[in-house]
Design a protein around this ligand. Structure first.
Ligand code: COA
Length: 364
């Protein structure tokens, strides 16, 4: 008997959840969190205010969330990691160890989400210092989450412009519909498992190169271009070789990625943007023109990674911290989805089409 049920590899086109959190409008180039436009949230909000909006539905632009201390047991686990461990592995380990110390109960709550979202930046900052032989720094409760993270990373309180720039990156990274890691988190909690298990699974999912983003590759490509005069030739040569331009194209957006537009504004208004920001905008102009000439049938526009690169570099992060920093930002969305899933839960348990041998006897 053949199995006639529909099968969609990668679950493409399958609606697997209802959500009131994020709406990605690819044709129009718009991203909404609970109905609010991403550009407006970046302009008027902070990451803690946006996270609170996702968790509770309430918009309070003054909502604050300082980073939280790392429990001793988690710090012991971080100290035991090799210094060449990947920051994403360290963060996943830290979230898992935090779950073991917190003994979270089901269903997940905004309070649990707040606790984990406040803890993780401290854990990543602690690992980043430990691996270079420095001691971790305790949270400063007078600082909000993003400046607090930068302070614990560097030992210096960031200036307002630097903190604002990274905060904008956190806001645009907070939520993006039912992407692979968010789906992972929802699957985990659908078994009535806990919020820390869901987020450590989501971090493992985000670690894969098909999901985790490409801002460090954008940095590499801009360095390869070298100068504004070389931009046009470099773009054409790269495309002639069949290679892709990093920071362009998107599975969902057919218009300019609204997150890129918001981050471009932020990058251009930074007090200390990386020297190559002007080169990057020149490369963007050329790339958009050449991509339109070569692919008139398909809109290939700038995506979020292109301007995430100068923002992350400009605030002083090293490229190997980019994926884990993205994971910190996505905590708000993951945990909001986990709360939403638990509020109207149905165990997520799809089926597989069996294509193996028919029933048979073991060889004698
Ligand atoms: N540079 C050059 N050509 C590109 C391109 C890019 N960045 N993105 C897509 N294309 C071309 C492809 O080569 C393809 O043409 P072809 O079939 O003649 O080779 C066509 O556009 C369709 O590409 P496709 O891979 O079907 O698009 P997708 O929607 O599956 O892929 C991405 C989306 C993001 C994976 C893809 O655009 C990409 O690789 N971008 C660069 C990496 C990047 O910026 N990633 C971060 C995403 S947020």
């Amino acid at each position: 008997m053949t199995d006639a049920r529909p099968y969609s590899p990668g679950l493409e086109g399958v609606v697997a959840a209802e959500t009131a959190l994020g709406k990605v409008e690819g044709e129009r180039g718009q991203l909404l969190y609970r109905g609010y436009r991403i550009g407006d949230l970046v302009e008027h909000g902070t990451y803690p205010a946006v996270a609170n909006l996702l968790w509770t539905g309430d918009w309070d632009p003054n909502h604050r969330l300082p980073t939280a201390p790392v429990p001793d047991a988690v710090m012991t686990a971080l100290r035991a990691l090799p210094s060449n461990a990947k920051p994403m592995d360290a963060l996943r380990t830290a979230v898992s160890a935090w779950g073991a110390t917190e003994l979270l109960t089901y269903p997940p709550t905004p309070e649990q989400a707040r606790g984990l979202t406040a803890f993780s930046p401290s854990a990543l900052a602690a690992f980043a210092r430990l691996r270079s032989g420095k001691e971790p720094i305790d949270p400063d409760p007078s600082l909000d989450l993003v400046p607090g993270f930068l302070y614990q990373l560097t030992g210096e309180k960031p200036d307002a412009g630097t903190a604002r720039a990274l905060d904008a990156y956190f806001i645009v990274g907070a939520e993006h519909g039912l992407n692979a890691s968010t789906f992972t988190a929802r699957v985990i909690v659908s078994t009535r498992s806990d919020l820390a298990s869901a987020v450590s699974g989501a971090i493992g999912c985000l670690k894969g190169p098909l999901h985790g983003g490409a801002p460090s590759e954008v940095v590499e490509q801009i360095h390869q271009v070298g100068s504004v005069e070389r931009a046009e030739q470099w773009v054409k040569d790269t495309l002639d070789k069949g290679e892709r331009l990093m920071g362009f194209g998107h599975r969902v957006y057919r218009a300019y990625d609204p997150r890129a537009a918001a981050l471009r504004k932020v990058a251009e208004s930074m007090e200390h943007p990386p020297e190559w920001l002007a080169l990057a905008t020149a490369v963007e102009d050329v790339a958009l023109r050449v991509l339109a000439e070569r692919h008139p049938e398909r809109a290939l526009k700038t995506n979020v990674e292109f301007y995430a690169a100068p923002v992350l570099m400009g605030v002083g992060l090293t490229p190997d911290l980019f994926p884990a920093t993205f994971a910190l930002a996505r905590h708000a969305g993951w945990t909001a989805h986990v709360i939403e899933q638990a509020a109207d839960n149905r165990l997520i348990r799809p089926d597989a089409r069996y294509v193996g041998p028919a029933e048979r006897d073991l060889p004698a």
